[in-house]
Design a protein around this ligand. Sequence first.
Ligand code: FAD
Ligand code: SF4
Length: 401
Amino acid sequence: MTLVTPETPKHKKSKALKPGARPPAKELCSECGLCDTYYIHYVKEACAFLNQQFDKLEEGTHGRRRELENPEELYFGVHQDMMAARKQQPIPGAQWTGIVSSIACAMLEKGLVEGVVCVQNTPEDRFGPMPVLARTPEEVLAARVNKPTLSPNLSVLETVERSGLKRLLVIGVGCQIQALRAVEKHLGLEKLYVLGTPCVDNVSRAGLQKFLETTSSSPDTVVHYEFMQDFRIHFKHKDGSIEKVPFFGLNTKELKDVFAPSCLSCFDYVNGLADLVVGYMGAPFRWQWLVVRNQTGQEMLDLVRDQLEVQPVMSRGDRRQAVQQSIPAYDKGVTLPMWAAKLMGVVIEKIGPRGLEYARFSIDSHFVRNYLYVKRNYAQKLAAHVPEFAKRIVAQYKLPD
Ligand code: FAD
Ligand code: SF4
C-alpha cells in the first residue's frame, strides 16, 4: 500500500480502472495497459486515442520533429540510419531471427538496464498476452515471438516504480509507446530505452480466433504467423509446416469487424517514438528491417552488431497504382475467388513493390483505410486525430466519399 504524504505525486492517489469498466477512450481503447495503473491520472493527455500529439512527443524524444519535406522521414519518421539485418544464428522460436530478444538480453547482461518490459504468453494460451517486468535473459527469451493481440504492456508500470528500478527497457508497439512517452517524466527513471516494433491490424483475443478460423485450414495448430512481403500470410503450424494464404483472397467481408477500432484509427504504423525499431516490411524477403531513430537506438544496436549480417535498404517498383486499385476492395469488403487471388499474388510478387517501396505500399493502404474509417465513424475527431504526415500520405490518392 502507498503511504500518502503531502509530497506524494498526484498520480499515486489515482485509482486504476476496475476490471470490466469502460476505459476513457471507450471503444477506441487499444488496451495499452496505462489505465490498469495509477498513471491513469494522466490519461487525457497521454492516451494515443484521446490526444494526438506526435509533434510534441517527437521533439521531446528525438529533439526534433520528422521533416515532412523529406520523403523518407514523411513515411518512416525521424531517423539517422536504416538497414536490413538478420541474426547470423537466429533464436529458435523467435518471430523472425530474434534481433529484439537479443538486444534486450544484451542490455541486461551488460548492465545497461535492470529490467525489461516485454510480453510472455499466459500458461493456458499460446497467444494470450501476459506482460512482465523481466529481470533475466531467460525471462526475456520466454517473451520471444509475437502475441498477435492487443496487449496491456504498460500495466506493469506500477511494478516498475515500486521496484525502485532506475534503468529500464520497454519493448512495445506504437500506441503503448505514445502513452509511455507522455508519462515518461513521471516514472522516476534515470534512463528509459525504447525498442519498438511496427504494428498494424491488431485484434482482440476473440478477434484473433475469428481471423484464424476464417483464414487458416487448421486454426488450432497455428503457432506463428506473419503478413509477408510476398503478399501472402505465412502460418506456421505446430508440426513445422507452413501454410500460405494470399492477401487478396482474404475474406474481407467477414474480417471487416475483426480488427480493433483502435487499430483502424491508428497512424503510428512505424512506431515513431521508439529509439530503435525492428520490423521486416522495409527489408527484402527473409530479412529484418531496422530503423535507428536516435543515438540511444544506435547504442542499443551496437550491443549486438557483431551477431548480425547487415545490408543496405533497397527500394524497387511503384506502389501507387496497386494502392489506388485496392481502395474499393478494402472499402466494400470484396473477396476475390481463390484462383484469381493466387494469380494476382503471383503477378504482384513478380513486378510488385520491394523493400522500402513495399513498406510504403503497406503504409499507404492502411492509412487510406484508417482515414476513411475515422472520417465515417468519428468525423468530429478527424482533423485533430490524423497527424499531418498521414494527411499528406493519404492526399496522394483519390478517395471514395
Ligand atoms: P522476437 O525476438 O521474437 O521478440 C518479439 C518481441 O515482441 C518480444 O520481446 C515481445 O515482448 C514483443 N511482443 C510480442 N507481442 C507483442 C504485442 N502484442 N505487443 C507488444 N509487444 C509484443 N513488423 C512489420 O514490419 N510490419 C508489421 O505490420 C508488423 N506488425 C506487427 C504486429 C504486432 C502485433 C507485433 C507484436 C509486431 C509486428 N511487427 C510488424 C514486428 C515483427 O512482426 C517482429 O515482431 C519484429 O520484426 C521482431 O522480430 P524478432 O524476431 O526480432 O522478435
Ligand atoms: Fe487507457 Fe491505453 Fe485504453 Fe487509452 S488506449 S484508454 S491510455 S488503456
